[in-house]
Design a protein around this ligand. Structure first.
Ligand code: ANZ
Length: 824
């Protein structure tokens, strides 16, 4: 028998597609409102090596929706590019003593060839690379605009330092165990002047708008963002201190209702505040302690199981409600950059405070009695609800919300604090400076006279100087510092000698705005065309990995809001819907070099063809679930594709034949399948759409093998539907089928079948009802009837009621939709 040969067919269709260019997005059609738009975005890859199974999965999923939207008559923007700055290229350059561009652009060529082979419906005219001067010119331009808005600034602060990579790390790049995300080395702290983006300016909005995204984003991603932003509501309370001329010590607390149990205070050891308050006698002790804690990471510092350390400052504060003098301590378990950098310690109801109190011999006073043993005895702080005790006006109260409300009322009345509206965010500003070569240079010049001076817009881009191999080796300072001729410039303001900033931007900056650049990737007059942003934005569906759930998405949201406030776009959120795909694993484990369980994409494509691999990945599971390649059968997928393809050879009616006179049962299946495919694809249930297509293939085969065979006009209708549905997953087979059905030039340009509502009306089936093994009734029911419905219908039937004749029904066996058997 004939068979479908992927290797012979794939190059043929690649050429046809290249000629037709069917996926180019037309800006004018959208701008003029002639057609509704859809913007489909999938995360652009980093150019390290060739594409792998993970890319194959996400691109296959993404292509279903992009192709579907085209079929449904939308003008679809489906671009692709490369996130091409970053460390791997720089490390490869050091290894091979070459320029990072060599590695980068070679890999891009490899990947684009693989993507084209993979049959993806991208609009290649929009291709961009973030490492092209044409792109990073605008990254620099945006940096300068953010700086003008006060959203980019420099500050001196302790930063995470990786001694191995010799670079500063963002908090996010430090793993929970305090090691470097990239190399695993122990991260330490270091003081440096760094550039930051003021993400905290949008903390409230970034938090609040998550409520709107809840419905269309994957839930765990929304939660991860919410936790990262970390909004908490509380109160500020002011404590007088016995230090001449000192301001009251203000704390942020989420539990102002426990103020009666505040028995000491703690300030962050590394905050300036500690130095201002400390008594002369304790100054040396504080200095020694500071030297000791400089090494710990934030994660260590907050860990509850860490032994508590600290020093008394030798001063006291007054608890505003009890009037007691309480000691003020410095410790590293209080962070300098959260809240006010100082806390009121309530050891009975906060475990960290209790551990500290026990370590230092400080008093513990219970003010909420939960019925559990007194924390002073048990060593276990109680945080649950209970009755207030030793709490003055709160005594006897049981409701925490009310307790908090009353405490705030009291504090506000006495001018000792502010409650309502006191909100804190865990979110920190985004440290964007990197002491690395392969990134966008920060477009600032440092002048001894004029200070920080922006590079004038007409001098952008600040291009990277040519450095290679050994020049790029980490030295603890930016490699750009070695390019003396590049560094030494005239100050744009005074003309005197000045120096360029030698840091480059975090590559997350590049990827925070790439979806704007796709709108007009080669525009050399602006970053993007605001009119196009209005026409195409926001992105209708973004598909990508979980690993970007927090940072990349948050940064992209921050950029979007900043651009909105600059008047460049008129929407608030970049991604209307977000879907994160599962991972492709093997034998139950993540694919990895050390386990030797990696599956080579190229080899799979070679053996089974593109379509079978794509089909396997899409059919395997709902998009968000992991796929274990060991359980998959690409060979089985290929067999199915052969079966589908053979149908197209069996159709003998002419193109355009009216299906009206054909097999009604098959027509019903076809129309039901197409109608359901619409809902399934919109609902991202791509795997079910494939399963339904398989059923349609089987139903069609049955009709061909019986009666009128391939001449029945319902068969042509069914096979054309199969080709269209399959083209979203297996484009090569679908094109072959379409051609064999007598159509040209490409199934991608075909019109989606119109569903006939008359054919969606469900047929009924006959259910037989037996009583004591004898048929007593026949019921006409829906094929979708449930067991419970069918049982109820049967027992209510008059003939059945008569047969039961008042006896006790002992058992009802239901085989829906066709049989009910009643035992009395
Ligand atoms: C008194 C108190 C009593 C507190 C109690 C908690 C429980 P979230 O929810 O994370 O915002 N805190 C405030 N600033 C801090 C800092 N810079 N470093 C470490 N801890 C800090 O936590 C707010 C609570 O964390 C605050 O409420 C404060 O302790 C502590 F039964 O105040 B609480």
């Amino acid at each position: 028998t004939e068979s479908y040969d992927p290797a012979a067919v794939e190059p043929k269709w690649q050429q046809v597609w290249a000629g037709l260019d069917p996926f180019r997005a037309d800006d004018d059609v959208v701008r003029r409102g002639e057609r509704e738009k859809r913007y489909a975005l999938t995360m652009f890859p980093y150019p390290s090596g060739d594409l792998h199974m993970g890319h194959a999965e996400v691109f296959a999923l993404h292509d279903v929706i992009a192709r579907y939207w085209r079929f449904r008559g939308y003008e679809v923007l489906n671009p692709m590019g490369w996130d091409s700055f970053g460390l791997p290229a720089e490390n490869a350059a050091i290894r091979n003593d070459e320029h990072p561009a060599t590695y980068t652009y070679a890999n891009i060529e490899t990947q684009i060839a693989s993507m084209q082979n993979y049959g993806l419906s991208f609009d290649w005219s929009r291709r961009l690379h973030t490492s092209d001067p044409e792109y990073y010119r605008w990254t620099q331009w945006l940096f300068l605009r953010l700086r003008e808005q006060g959203l980019a600034y420099r500050k001196n602060s302790p930063v995470n330092w990786c001694p191995q990579d010799q670079t500063v790390l963002a908090n996010e790049q430090v793993l929970a165990d305090g090691t470097c995300e990239r190399c695993g080395a122990e991260v330490t702290k270091r003081e440096l002047t760094q550039w930051y983006f003021r993400t905290t300016a949008y903390a409230q909005e970034l938090h609040d708008r998550l409520d709107d995204l809840q419905a269309t984003w994957i839930g765990k991603v929304v939660n991860a963002q919410r936790n990262w932003i970390g909004r908490s509501e509380g109160a500020h309370v002011r404590f007088d201190v016995d230090v001449e001329g000192a301001e009251p010590l203000t704390v942020f607390t989420t539990r102002p209702d426990t103020l009666w149990g505040a028995t000491f205070m703690v300030v962050a050891a590394d905050a300036g505040l500690a130095g201002e308050l400390v008594s002369d006698g304790q100054r040396q002790a504080l200095e020694d302690y500071r030297a000791q804690v400089a090494k710990a990471s934030d994660i260590d510092r907050l860990a509850t199981d860490r032994p508590k350390t600290g020093v008394p400052l030798g001063v006291t504060a007054t608890n505003p409600v009890t009037g007691e003098a309480i000691e003020v301590w410095a410790s590293d378990y209080v962070l300098a950059d959260y809240g006010t950098g100082a806390i009121m310690a309530v050891p009975a109801h906060d475990q960290r405070d209790l551990d500290f109190a026990r370590a230092m011999g400080l008093p513990v006073r219970r003010v909420v009695d939960t019925g559990a043993e007194d924390p002073a005895e048990s060593g276990v702080a109680t945080t649950g609800d209970g009755v207030y005790v030793d709490s003055g006006p709160l005594d006897g109260l049981r409701d925490k919300t009310e307790g908090v409300r009353r405490a705030i009322e009291l504090l506000e009345a006495e001018g000792r604090g502010t409650g309502t509206g006191t909100v804190n965010f865990r979110l920190r500003d985004w440290l964007l400076s990197r002491q690395r070569y392969w990134g966008a240079p920060i477009p600032i010049i440092h002048c001894p006279v004029d200070g920080e001076v922006a590079v004038p817009d007409d001098q952008l881009p600040v291009e990277l100087p040519e450095l290679r191999g050994a020049d790029l080796k980490p030295k603890g300072t930016s490699p750009l510092g070695a390019a003396t001729e590049w560094v030494e410039v005239d100050c744009p303001t005074c003309g005197g000698p000045a120096r360029r900033d030698t840091d480059t931007m975090d590559t997350f900056v590049d990827s925070s705005w790439y979806f704007f650049r796709y709108l007009s990737p080669h525009d050399d007059t602006q970053a993007f065309d605001p009119a196009l942003a209005t026409a195409w934005g926001p992105i209708d569906l973004y598909i990508g990995g979980d690993e970007h759930a927090v940072l990349h998405l948050l940064y992209a949201r921050f950029f979007t809001k900043a651009l909105r406030d600059m008047g460049l776009i008129d929407w608030d959120e970049p991604f209307s819907a977000y879907l994160s795909q599962g991972k492709v694993i093997n034998n139950g484990r993540k694919m990895s070099k050390s386990l030797g369980n990696g599956v080579n994409l190229g080899a799979q494509l070679e053996e089974f063809g593109v379509d079978a691999v794509r089909l396997t990945l899409v059919f395997a599971s709902p998009p968000e679930d992991n796929i274990d390649w060991a359980d998959m059968s690409p060979a089985g997928s290929l067999r199915f594709l052969q079966r589908a393809w053979r149908l197209s050879g069996d159709v003998t009616s002419e193109p355009g034949t009216d299906p009206a006179g054909g097999d009604v049962a098959l027509r019903r299946v076809t129309h039901r399948t197409v109608a359901d495919a619409e809902t399934l694809v919109e609902g991202h249930r791509f795997n079910v759409m494939v399963a339904r297509t398989m059923e349609l293939v089987n139903a069609t085969r049955k009709v061909i093998d019986s009666g009128a065979g391939g001449a029945d006009p319902s068969v042509r209708e069914a096979v054309e539907a199969v080709a269209m549905l399959l083209s979203m997953v297996a484009p090569y087979v679908a094109e072959e089928m379409w051609e064999r059905l007598g159509h040209a030039p490409s199934v991608a340009q075909a019109a989606w079948p119109t569903v006939d509502p008359a054919l969606l009306v469900e047929e009924s089936v006959t259910a037989v009802v037996q009583v004591q093994g004898k048929v007593k009734a026949r019921l006409e029911v829906s094929p979708a009837v449930t067991a419970a419905e069918l049982e109820a219908l049967a027992l209510a039937d008059p003939a059945v009621v008569a047969a039961v004749d008042g006896r006790e029904v002992r058992k009802v066996i239901v085989r829906e939709p066709k049989l009910v058997s009643v035992v009395v």
